[in-house]
Design a protein around this ligand. Structure first.
Ligand code: FAD
Ligand code: SIN
Length: 511
């Protein structure tokens, strides 16, 4: 039997975008926050470097605007960027008023720097900024009387009636639940788990994007996946998510060296270690190809006490036998952030009435072809809030038809190992053929390999592990399709068969 719940608002996901939306919504109506995991499992919770906002005397939203556009390599939506940089400081001040305790030095906020920022404008809490933000927003939201939090509840599909989104079907304790509301927002984060090497948490399987696409949403910029240049390279050990070494470490002065101890980034870009993220990731890749080895981060130029400024990295490296106060850190790139996703506007609206999206799931062209570091926490905060204000304006309850009864299909134990193998296959296809350096041949190999897994999409199930793999497959197929279409190199999308930017391609791929 399935259950029915009725709310004013549904928030799918409890990262920064979902919580930022829920904070506003729960002041105006009954709000359900649905999350497939606990509140602690999100990319938000893992964020290290910080949150960018033009808040110092020497900085302005205009500088932040320019830096964002430059990193986005000609594809940023300028209206969206303007909205972000102008609203950002106010949203961050609200976060501080709620209790977010960003680091200070001598009574002033300690703004740090990351690649491609012309100013020090990144607020942080050591190297675990995301935890502080999640705690602050989480406490505020869960204290609201009209909020109900549903952890361990997997959203499977949207309910579309008369062309509008009137809710979703979720699975909790192997039981389907129908949630109905007058408007819903998808804030399910990114899809880094489709790659073998990723900094993303296990929840990042692209569910919201796949669910929205199946319901009829447009998706855009799907070819743009950001690879972070520096993750801890530990040889053959392959954890689910790979440990990030924050870019702020380079912002504070760390230098990249090859296996021979030579600084190499100046050979690739005048901004060296602080060149845009895509440039640094590709340079590391190329340098590693040349030397057949990792590259290293040399932290010796940093003047701050490393165990205090970067305590998480200090401890994690120590556990792996690397004392960062004396030794170089071996690093290599991994999939990190998704610029593409469900097409939205600045109001958070998708092309389906009553359905919104925000955060890493959404794509409004804000980040263009390559996101500026520390702009995504700000994105979730600003556009989660903006979406909520628009959802609140949408006052009327939809007319909901009778609930569809979902029967739990019989589980098929034989499929478990096949599904696990398929998950692994998708990840390795994507990492081998659709990562930092792409070309037509590899992309076609990926397309064929993914098509061979199409049987997965025919399985009707309420098993969330199978649903996740289906979502991973759908998102991977969309990425490959867009990557094949874009016959040029721009931002994070690098095609060695089309190594230059093509002005004719200064447009979005929309599927
Ligand atoms: P998330 O925070 O990932 O939250 C997604 C939520 O959706 C989770 O609650 C999840 O359980 C839920 N969910 C997913 N699928 C379903 C489903 N089917 N049903 C129900 N719930 C579902 N950005 C910065 O700006 N600064 C940084 O310093 C920074 N550091 C980072 C470090 C790491 C290691 C990583 C991985 C990312 C970092 N980023 C950083 C990027 C940034 O953290 C993310 O882009 C941002 O937090 C995404 O927020 P979100 O709310 O969109 O998604
Ligand atoms: C980092 O700390 O390097 C990640 C920052 C980001 O992804 O914006």
């Amino acid at each position: 039997m399935s259950k029915d719940y009725h709310y004013d608002y549904l928030v799918i996901g409890s990262g920064i975008a979902g919580l930022s939306a829920a904070l506003q919504l729960s002041k105006h109506g009954k709000t359900a926050i649905i999350s497939k995991a606990s509140i602690h499992e999100s990319a938000t919770n893992l964020a290290q470097g910080g949150i960018a906002a033009a808040m110092t005397k020497t900085d302005t939203p205009d500088y932040h605007f320019e830096d964002t556009l430059k990193a986005g390599d000609g594809l940023c939506d300028e209206k969206a960027v303007k909205f972000l940089v102008e609203e950002g400081p106010e949203r961050v001040r609200e976060l501080i008023a709620l209790g977010a305790n960003f680091d200070k030095v001598d009574g002033d906020y300690d703004f740090t720097k990351e690649a491609a920022h012309s100013k020090r404008r990144i607020l942080h809490v050591g190297d675990s900024t995301g935890k502080e933000i999640k705690k602050t927003l989480g406490n505020a939201v869960l204290n609201e009387a009209l909020t109900t939090f549903f952890p361990s509840t997997f959203v499977k599909e949207l309910i579309i009636q008369n062309g509008e989104c009137v809710g979703c079907v979720a699975i909790r304790n192997h039981t389907p639940i129908h949630f109905y509301a007058k408007s819903s927002i998808i804030a399910t984060g990114g899809c880094g788990q489709i790659f073998s090497k990723s900094t993303n948490p296990s929840i990042a399987t692209g569910d919201g994007i796949a669910i929205a696409y199946r319901a009829g949403c447009k998706v855009q910029d799907m070819e743009f996946v950001q690879f972070h240049p520096t993750t801890l390279a530990l040889g053959d050990k392959k954890p689910i998510s790979i440990f990030l070494i924050t870019e702020a470490i380079r912002g504070e002065g760390a230098i990249l060296r090859n296996i021979n101890g030579d600084r190499f980034m100046l050979d690739y870009h005048p901004d060296a270690e602080l060149a845009p993220r895509d440039v640094v990731a590709r340079s590391i890749y190329q340098e590693s190809q040349k030397t057949k080895n990792h590259v290293y981060l040399d932290l010796s130029p940093i003047t701050q006490e490393l165990s205090k400024r970067f305590p998480t990295i200090y401890e994690r490296c120590m556990e792996s036998g690397i004392d960062i106060t004396r030794e170089f850190i071996p690093v290599s790139p991994a999939a990190h952030y998704f610029m593409g996703g469900v097409q939205t506007n600045e109001k958070g609206q998708t092309n389906i009435p009553r359905l919104y999206a925000a955060g890493e799931t959404a794509s409004l062209g804000l980040h263009g072809a390559n996101r500026l570091a520390s702009n995504s926490l700000l994105d979730g905060l600003v556009f989660g809030h903006a979406s909520a204000l628009n959802m609140i304006k949408e006052n009327e309850q939809p007319i909901i038809q009778d609930a569809l009864i979902i029967k739990a299909p019989k589980s098929n134990k034989n499929t478990t190992s096949k599904i696990r193998a398929a998950r692994h296959t998708i990840k390795s296809i994507m990492w081998r053929n659709v990562s930092i350096i792409r070309n037509k041949k590899d992309l076609n190999t990926a397309r064929q390999g993914l098509d061979d897994l199409s049987w997965l999409l025919d399985i009707t199930t309420i098993d969330d592990k199978i649903l996740e793999v289906q979502n991973m497959l759908t998102v991977s197929q969309l990425i490959v399709k867009s990557a094949l279409q874009r016959e040029e190199s721009r931002g994070a999308h690098f095609r060695e068969d089309f190594p230059k930017k093509n002005p004719a391609w200064k447009k979005r791929t929309i599927l």
